[in-house]
Design a binder for this molecule. Structure first.
Ligand code: INI
Length: 163
């Protein structure tokens, strides 16, 4: 366990950046697959670069962002993942549909983490335009799948340390 400073200071517990020996699930939605497949690629590459083996990673496809939380909840309860990465892409259209999908997706995913105690990372893009989504799926704003993978590794290792 990592500690900082002398014995007179409070003990600090932090997650680290190794995915070795940790089990991950990635739940990814098929809606806007052009974008979500790139988020998945960024996420899998990052997990691999941080020591996670392919056999430690389950990839679960769902139809759309609204279905992510249902699958994540079942995985948290049944499959023994140390962390779950949720990947999706919601793009604003001309109706209020976007607001409902974006809000309920975020709420559902957060609830899975809180209720099950399994770190459940929000890697869902909520964008006004397709161009904004492309920027966040491996072009000028990076890849949100990558940052979600890093958060999952850190939280999975933190939860193991906390015990
Ligand atoms: N699902 C998405 O993942 N992204 C969207 O942008 C989107 N929009 O805008 O409609 C979307 N809708 C589908 C939704 O997630 C469900 O799959 C569908 O309503 C069936 O429950």
């Amino acid at each position: 366990m990592k500690t900082r400073g002398s014995g007179r200071h409070a003990r600090t517990i932090e997650g680290d950046c190794s995915g070795e020996g940790l089990r991950f699930a990635i739940v990814v939605s098929r809606f806007n697959e052009y974008i979500t497949s790139k988020l998945l690629e960024g996420c899998e590459n990052t997990l691999a670069r941080h020591g996670a083996k392919p056999e430690q990673i389950d990839v679960v496809w769902v139809p759309g962002a609204l279905e992510i939380a249902t699958a994540a909840r079942q995985i948290a309860r049944r499959r023994g993942a140390d962390a779950i990465v949720c990947l999706g892409c919601v793009i604003r259209g001309d109706t209020s549909h976007y607001d409902h999908v974006a809000r309920e997706t975020a709420r559902g995913i957060a609830e899975v983490g809180r209720r099950t105690g399994v770190p459940t990372v929000f890697g869902v893009l909520t964008c006004d335009t397709l161009e904004q989504a492309i920027e966040r799926a491996g072009t000028k704003m990076g890849n949100a799948g990558r940052s979600a993978a890093l958060a999952a590794i850190e939280m999975a290792s933190l939860v193991r340390k906390i015990g």
